[in-house]
Design a protein around this ligand. Structure first.
Ligand code: PEP
Length: 268
């Protein structure tokens, strides 16, 4: 159970909910209020497990204002960011704008961006660089498709994607990496904890090679793909898995709160 608590790794477990294109800003306010109450009721220790929501762009201001006004310990992040600084990029949101909203995190390179929006490894790297430049912590998503898995095995593609994502960030110190096998996202068919651990360990080696051992030791590596309250414990028992990026289950307040309370499932 080496990966499960900060005391064993020095890394604070991180449970992150990717809402994707769900919940408008009014729904987001009600959701975050209820989530905060649920976690308070459960006496959630935010110092022991960090919890963040990743709403759509139009919700960010409302979520930020609520968190700040009510002094909530929940964190939040954006689901994407532009690689550009400013200018004629219709529809894009810059890292500077996210920083102006005190946005702590941004998801970069989610498989839905890579496949549905043809985002390249180079674009992912430029976005990582833009986020870091403005002090927004990138949650860098990597993962193989079912075909990749059959052709190259489990870690080759995520490892290559992470190397590419860090190519423009040789001095990065504060990043989060999410291993999300594409075949596990939204499929109800999660990877096994052992599969997640195998790839997470390889990703940590890449971080050590590119950014140094200290950064590798401090970086949270998350697993994502059909995470639920019933399977979170298995992932959190792995020494190199420091949390979860949760899609579908993050839209159910009781379920997401229960995932955040993973220590209750593993009996620590
Ligand atoms: C995701 O989209 O990041 C994700 C992990 O989705 P789900 O939990 O629904 O598989």
């Amino acid at each position: 159970m080496a990966g499960i608590t900060t005391s064993t790794t020095g890394r604070i477990p991180f449970i992150a909910g990717n809402w994707k294109m769900n919940l408008d800003h009014l729904q987001a306010i009600a959701f975050v209020q209820k989530l905060a109450w649920s976690l308070k009721d459960a006496r959630h220790d935010f110092a022991a497990t960090e919890v963040a929501v990743f709403p759509p762009f139009t919700d960010l201001r409302s979520v930020q204002t609520l968190i700040s006004a009510d002094d909530l310990e929940l964190k939040f992040g954006a689901q994407d960011v532009s690689e550009h600084e400013s200018g004629a990029y219709t529809g894009e949101i810059s890292a500077a704008f996210l920083k102006a909203l005190d946005t702590p995190y941004v998801i970069i390179g989610h498989s839905e961006r890579r496949t549905l929006h043809s985002e390249s490894d180079e674009q992912v790297a430029a976005k990582v660089s833009a986020a870091l430049k403005h002090g927004v912590v990138p949650v860098i998503c990597v993962g193989e498709t079912a075909d990749d898995l059959e052709l190259h095995g489990p870690s080759a593609v995520p490892v290559a994607q992470l190397r590419a994502a860090l190519a423009q960030a040789p001095d990065a110190k504060d990043i989060v990496v999410a291993y999300e096998p594409v075949w596990a996202i939204g499929s109800g068919k999660a990877a096994t904890p052992e599969q997640a651990e195998q790839v997470a360990a390889q990703l940590r080696i890449v971080i050590a090679e590119v950014l140094g051992q200290d950064v590798a030791d401090a970086t949270r590596v998350l697993y994502g793909g059909s995470v639920k309250s019933s399977n979170i414990a298995g992932f959190m028992r792995q020494p190199n898995v420091d949390g979860a990026l949760v899609g579908g289950a993050s839209l159910d307040i009781a379920e997401f709160a229960s995932i955040a309370q993973f220590l209750k499932h593993v009996g620590v």
